[in-house]
Ligand binder design. Structure first.
Ligand code: F6P
Length: 594
């Protein structure tokens, strides 16, 4: 076809426009052919020998029971890894040392080390967006060198960190005051998704740390994420615009929810204090400084980050560092960055068998792709970590919920995992029944040695924290070992109740024990999970750093928004939707116009 077109063009004496078109068509054709060739030649991980070997190994593992595996002390000892105060115990996984060797071979086949190095070297591993993935640079010390596009990005990172330090000190000390001369003691951070969940997790965790409490005395940090007007009301109820600073956090500065919420709070401020007050009461965090200025925020009061920081990996950029520094002071937040950096160093340098994020990632792959357990429960025995699971849910599910390989080849296996969780012991009184006797859900138990706020009641056998941790230690064994009908018989349990009271056991979990929950350890925990998720994506051979799956819903919402406007303002009929949506929209419009 192309050749025919070429001949026809020649026949027409090749006018210049045809030449350009021909050149363009040839290039697209070559590009398309290259793509097909690339797709055809790309090897999926499931076609490699280590993957097939692990598939065969499943039968062998299915014959074992954790009750027996747990009695092998040497095995258990080999499945404990310690780094910088954190202890990982993965002896309650349905895995032997042989399984682990096979998983290391899988990592080799996936070129895991090479992929980690490429990430740290600033290569554009987010190929569908042509971007580097350098959240590690956000916590690098001043003297480190990490390149993107041949340029060391660490000085730029520190330029913004220094600006945040200075700005937050000005606000906290009261040298920057609001339009009416009052100290800005309250902050509302407006943002959604990655521009919200990470900062919320860290804030919730620091909020009960005694050192952080001292630094935050007299100050409040709130978040506004949902476009639901109720969230707006909740975020400003009881706040005085005169003493409030609004931080608009959006990587793109185009996210519909965030922009509407930002306009709503701009209105709140200008109605109360006059339009000129916005300059004193609103600042921004974004990669899009042009749109920040268009919105009416002085670019001097904007804190930049870069397109090599993915939204869900942005808590260590100004996205998290600014609101958290305003609340706790920069020095507390710096400790959080140092904790994350400690794990970054461990991740890039430790061998697979000693590398906590690599081990966690490989075990997830084992559970999801080989043992067929698609979900994972994240169970911190720490109320301060109540927002950890929601944050990891986004990092993991937005990163790894993909259906094609990084080369665009449909995956013949399911990637990604379903993450959910609640702090213990609350979860025990909610969904643990299913975990113990219903579906098999691998669990991450996260415990802390020293409570942020210990309580010792006179006359009690153990402290309140010991009580909490008793459950942290007991639950993994209940899942792994279970309880047999024979044991129940010996306990004289009524025969008809024996099936109901039997626990099959053999349910996998792992335990992470942190020394305490200060800013540094919170940073470590964050980085462990960020890297674990990257490991999973690297092994599955997907792009963990794009998120095209969120686009379709957004564009359909735009269509609905236009329709709602047209129907309400111009009485235009509902058009272009299927029967179901038309019916629902009609009901909504009729009922809400009463
Ligand atoms: O939900 C999709 C998403 O793009 C996330 O990846 C991102 O964190 C969030 O929206 C918010 O985006 P932004 O920071 O650009 O407002």
């Amino acid at each position: 076809m192309l050749f025919g077109w070429f001949l026809r063009s020649l026949y027409c004496q090749l006018p210049a426009i045809h030449l350009i078109q021909f050149f363009y068509k040839s290039l697209s054709f070559l590009g398309f052919s290259f793509r097909i060739l690339q797709m055809a030649s790309s090897t999926l991980i499931c076609d490699t020998e280590p993957w097939k070997d692990l598939k065969n190994h499943v039968q062998e593992i299915k014959k074992t029971h954790l009750r027996d595996l747990m009695s092998d002390t040497d095995r258990c000892q080999s499945m404990m890894v310690e780094f910088d105060g954190i202890l990982l115990d993965y002896s309650r996984q349905n895995a032997t040392l042989k399984t682990m060797d096979k998983l290391y071979q899988l990592a080799e086949a996936a070129q895991l080390n090479n992929k980690i190095n490429r990430m740290y070297n600033g290569e554009k591993i987010n190929s569908t967006e042509n971007r580097s993935v350098l959240h590690v640079a956000l916590r690098a010390p001043r003297d480190a060198a990490i390149n993107s596009d041949g340029k060391n990005v660490v000085p730029e990172v520190w330029k913004v960190l220094d600006k945040i330090k200075e700005f937050s000190e000005t606000i906290r000390s009261g040298s920057w005051v609001g339009a009416t001369g009052k100290v800005l003691k309250d902050v509302v951070a407006v943002g959604i998704g990655g521009s919200f969940l990470g900062p919320l997790f860290v804030h919730t965790a620091l909020q009960t740390d005694l050192e952080a409490i001292e630094c935050a005395r007299g100050r409040q940090l709130r978040f506004l994420a949902n476009v639901d007007p109720i969230d707006v009301a909740k975020s400003i109820t009881g706040l005085n615009p005169e003493t409030t600073l609004v931080v608009v956090v959006s990587k793109t500065f185009t996210t519909a929810e965030t922009m509407l919420n930002a306009r709503t709070l701009r209105e709140w401020i200008s109605t109360a204090l006059g339009p000129s007050a916005v300059a004193k009461h609103m600042v921004a965090v974004s990669t899009n400084l042009t749109l920040v200025e268009k919105f009416g925020i002085d670019p001097n009061n904007a804190f930049a980050f870069w397109d090599w920081v993915g939204g869900r990996y942005s808590v260590c950029s100004a996205v998290g560092v600014l609101p958290l520094s305003l609340q706790y002071g920069f020095s507390v937040v710096e400790k959080f960055l140092k904790g994350a950096w400690s794990i970054d160093q461990h991740f890039i340098s430790a061998p697979y068998e000693k590398n906590i994020p690599v081990l966690l990632g490989l075990l997830s792959i084992w559970n999801v792709s080989f043992l067929g357990h698609p979900a994972r429960a994240i169970l911190p025995y720490s109320q301060a970590l109540e927002k950890f699971a929601p944050h990891i849910q986004q990092v993991s599910m937005e990163s790894n919920g993909k259906g094609v390989s990084i080369d665009g080849v449909p995956l013949p296996f399911e990637a990604g995992e379903i993450d959910f969780g609640e702090p213990g012991t609350n979860g025990q009184h909610s969904f643990y029944q299913l975990i113990h006797q219903g579906r098999v859900i691998p669990c991450d138990f996260i415990g802390v040695v020293k409570s942020q706020q210990p309580v010792y009641l006179k006359g009690e056998v153990v402290s309140n924290h010991d009580e909490l941790m008793s459950n942290f230690f007991a639950q993994p064994d209940a899942l792994a070992v279970g309880k047999t009908p024979e044991q129940l018989q010996k306990e004289n349990v009524a025969p008809h109740l024996i099936p109901h009271k039997t626990f099959s056991g053999n349910r996998p979990s792992l335990s992470l024990l942190l020394p305490s929950l200060n800013a540094y350890n919170i940073g470590q925990l964050l980085a462990i999970y960020e890297h674990r998720i990257a490991v999973e994506g690297f092994i599955w051979g997907i792009n963990s750093f794009d998120q095209w799956g969120v686009e379709l819903g957004k564009s359909l919402a735009t269509q609905v928004r236009k329709q709602l406007h047209a129907s309400r303002m111009k009485r235009e009929p509902i058009e272009g939707f299927n029967f179901s949506t038309t019916t629902l929209l009609t009901r909504y419009l009729e009922a809400s116009s009463d």
